[in-house]
Design a protein around this ligand. Structure first.
Ligand SMILES: *Cc1c(COP(=O)(O)O)cnc(C)c1O
Length: 428
């Protein structure tokens, strides 16, 4: 094998990977049609025709609920706003505790704060990186009102068990399904198992509308509340005859007709878009399996993993080199990857300094929770030492590219002894 690229050898991937072309002629036509029709949003923020959005928005929602066999699909302008709507619909209020995984995109944990709720951080599972059931149980209190499960990196959290746990306690399970459209747990789609789930349609997700999101639920009451919160609830609940006024302060989370038109095209093509990621993830896993010190993503039996990110665990002790050196060497070979995902959310200054809303720290003033290091040891360890992520969604790769990606991993792995020396010299 040739010399490592980081030491001046030829890179395993000579030319940088092409970005994934997520928008095609069909999306362009769909946007053009809306432009020609001239109505860019059909929404009105008052209780009249148009309260539920324009024709493209309603078309996307109907197609979404059919595709996922879920009673209600409520479009929003991002997954973040969908989570705010979900927490609002669930009736979370000041001092209510919401258990969230500590490793996730920050919006998961911000959503409870918006209503004065307290995010309580559960640790994650070392194999799946999703919320750990034991840690959820350990964090349950008589103030727990909801759990947000994140189907992280494209694979289901233990949804069935979490749903049973929530039903038994009369609390709400919300799925943050931003990263796992068409993933399944025992044949059931992620995003249909919780009481409410939220999908992301931002530009970097599997399918997208530029920015956007979809909330799903099978519950009529929750669906009504989601639709109210999406569109200025406070101004319309009277005329609409809404009885349950809890959290009926609204927002403008409305999707445009342009985004919705793109969304319908993307949804129709979702199998192709997502199938490619699944194939790529599977091939990469196959390619590096058996390499001492590298653990490819674990796929739970009965689950379909759709690889928003393909995430490897790296054992620095066994490899004899640090993660940063290993990643640097991979990057030199032409593998676009990064160490870790995000730091545990409780390490954000917001939590560390217990200041969220107003100067008194509200809602932290309602709790004596502290967010110190050591709160979620598994997540901290994965973040600080083990995780290396490859962004499967971002690149247009064919079989030859995949072979080269695998070659790059194997080459760096085989060069670890050399890398260790290089690392030692650099340090001295
Ligand atoms: C992307 C993402 C979000 C936020 O989605 P937006 O549509 O950008 O608001 C939330 N949670 C997770 C897990 C995500 O990956």
């Amino acid at each position: 094998m040739s010399a490592l690229a980081i030491l001046g050898g030829k890179p395993a991937i000579p030319k940088s990977l092409d970005p994934y072309p997520s928008i095609g002629a069909a999306e362009q036509r769909a946007v053009f049609e809306v432009m020609q029709a001239g109505c860019l949003s059909g929404f009105y923020g008052s209780w009249r025709e148009g309260f539920l959005g324009g024709p493209k928005v309603q078309e996307l929602e109907a197609a979404w609920s059919e595709r996922f066999s879920v009673k209600h699909a409520v479009s929003v302008n991002s997954n973040t706003s969908g989570l705010y709507a979900a927490i609002g619909a669930a009736g979370i209020g000041p001092g209510d505790e919401v258990i969230v995984p500590c490793t996730t995109m920050s919006a998961t944990a911000m959503a409870p704060l918006i209503y004065g709720g307290i995010p309580v951080f559960a640790d994650i599972d070392k194999g799946t990186f999703c919320i750990d059931l034991g840690s959820v149980q350990a964090n349950l209190t008589d103030k727990t009102r909801a759990i947000i499960a994140v189907n992280l990196f494209g694979q289901a959290a233990p949804l069935k068990e979490l749903r049973a746990l929530c039903d038994a306690r009369g609390i709400v399970l919300i799925e943050d399904n931003a990263q796992a459209p068409l993933a399944t747990e025992n044949g059931q789609y992620c995003g249909t198992i919780g009481h409410i789930s939220v999908f992301s349609l931002n530009y970097h997700k599997h399918i997208h509308t530029g920015e956007g999101g979809i909330c799903c639920t099978n519950d009529d009451h929750l669906a009504e509340r989601l639709r109210m919160i999406r569109n200025h609830a406070e101004a319309v609940v009277g005329p609409a005859g809404v009885k349950d006024l809890c959290n009926m302060i609204g927002f403008n989370f409305r999707m445009t007709e342009l985004s919705a038109a793109i969304g319908s095209v993307q949804l129709a093509d979702a199998d192709a878009h997502i199938g490619r990621r699944e194939y790529l993830g599977g091939r990469l896993t196959e390619g590096i399996s058996g390499l001492e010190g590298l653990t490819p993503p674990y796929v739970r039996p009965g689950c379909r993993h759709v690889y928003y990110l393909w995430v490897v665990r790296l054992d620095q002790a066994r490899l004899g080199v640090s993660r940063s050196t290993f990643v640097e060497a991979l990057e030199a070979e032409g593998v676009p990857c990064f160490p870790a995902y995000v730091a545990p959310i409780y390490q954000l200054p917001l939590f560390r300094d217990r200041i969220a809303i107003g100067r008194e720290g509200y809602p932290f003033s309602l709790t004596d929770r502290i967010y110190n290091r050591g709160l979620c040891p598994v997540a901290e360890d994965l973040y600080e030492r083990e995780i290396v992520a490859f962004e499967t969604c971002a690149f247009d790769v064919d079989d030859d590219d995949i072979d080269r990606l695998v070659d790059a991993f194997r080459k760096v792995h085989a060069g670890c002894t050399t890398l260790a020396e290089w690392e030692r010299k650099k340090a001295s």
